[in-house]
Design a protein around this ligand. Structure first.
Ligand SMILES: Nc1ncnc2c1ncn2[C@@H]1O[C@H](COP(=O)(O)OP(=O)(O)OP(=O)(O)O)[C@@H](O)[C@H]1O
Length: 312
């Protein structure tokens, strides 16, 4: 658990993070969004003390984050930035081994950990371990950056625009992969992004910042349905809200009785994908299949339109 209490950062007369308090649950994904200059990065960097606060406190699992020297604290917290910041003259394996080496792990343990992480991130060690960052694609570099941040098994992973440099298709895959790995490892993730779509897709909770203040901190569906102010409403994209609500729901939760013609859609697809398919193919309903391939009913345009309306 990360407890942020009245955290404030001032540079001279200017307050860039202003009395922010929030509690981040363990094993959750919290996404910080806001306009440029609203203090997102500064807030994130006060968690691992790359920035020292002017006032307030941050506790990690009950311990004040000032109880350790900053460099020691940072070895226990993963950190990923846009463009990943890999060391260009170190191989993939050496990059991933950075923190375990600093922690004095023996070479066999490091080798095993590097192989485990490379496999987890779908990078064949035989092919990639001895390559240098410039010999990788952008998506592969990004995966190495996250693998490096997770190498020493931190409970907390801080990510600043981690997918910013990826094209939209690789970006979606990278988000999916990260969520799967996060669930498997139980890591608590705090992620900064400009991309509301990413925030709604990835966040268990979203923190909305403006001018250094925390305007709203809530689940994506509550932020979409009950924005705390017109600013939040505009930021989350008023015109996109119905589609964002649908992207949170699974087809399995919109199944109606009955039959429909054509290729079935999987029950774990998003409701947004189902609506897109229905509109694109000009059909009023699609059959739905479960993970075993059995048909379990249908999903209809009318049903999805009802779900896209503002919840009471
Ligand atoms: N070292 C510093 N000295 C003075 N001002 C700073 C310093 N670091 C950041 N700031 C200011 O603090 C404000 C918040 O910056 P921060 O990087 O946290 O914003 P952000 O929300 O992450 O922005 P962006 O989305 O553009 O990255 C900005 O106005 C920035 O200019």
């Amino acid at each position: 658990m990360i407890e942020i209490e009245g955290i404030t950062k001032r540079y001279g007369d200017i307050t860039v993070v202003d009395d922010v308090s929030m509690v981040i649950e363990p094993r959750s994904v919290t996404v910080i969004v806001g306009t440029s200059g609203s203090g997102k990065t500064t807030l994130l960097r006060m968690i691992n003390r790359l920035v020292e606060p002017s006032a307030g406190a941050i506790r990690l699992d009950g311990a004040d984050n000032r109880s350790l020297p900053g460099y020691e604290l940072r070895r226990s917290i993963g950190y990923v930035i846009q463009g990943h910041g890999l060391f260009p003259h170190r191989t993939v394996a050496e990059n991933i081994a950075t923190v375990p080496l600093l922690l004095g792990w023996d070479s066999e343990r490091i080798r095993a950990r590097v192989e485990e992480l490379m496999s987890l991130f779908q990078l064949d060690p035989a092919e990639f371990a001895s390559r240098y960052p410039h010999e990788l694609s952008g998506g592969q570099q990004q995966r190495v950056g996250v693998a490096r941040a997770l190498a020493a098994g931190p409970n907390v992973l801080l990510m600043d625009e981690p997918f910013g440099a990826l094209d939209p298709i690789i970006r979606t895959k990278a988000q999916e992969d990260l969520l799967a790995i996060q669930k498997r490892l139980g890591t608590t993730i705090v992620l900064v992004t400009h991309d509301m779509e990413e925030a709604v897709h990835m966040g268990d909770r979203i923190a909305v910042m403006d001018g250094g203040r925390l305007l709203q901190y809530d689940t994506p569906d509550r932020i979409l349905a009950h924005p705390a102010s017109t600013f939040v409403d505009t930021l989350v994209g008023a015109s996109e809200k119905p589609f964002r609500l649908l992207s949170l729901g699974r087809v399995g939760d919109a199944v109606e009785e009955g039959r429909a013609e054509g290729e079935p859609i999987a029950d774990d697809a998003s409701q947004r994908d189902a609506l897109a398919e229905l509109l694109w193919s000009g059909r009023p309903a699609l059959p739905v299949r479960n993970a075993n391939g059995r048909l379990i009913g249908r999903v209809t345009v009318d049903g999805l339109v009802r779900l896209a309306a503002c919840p009471a």
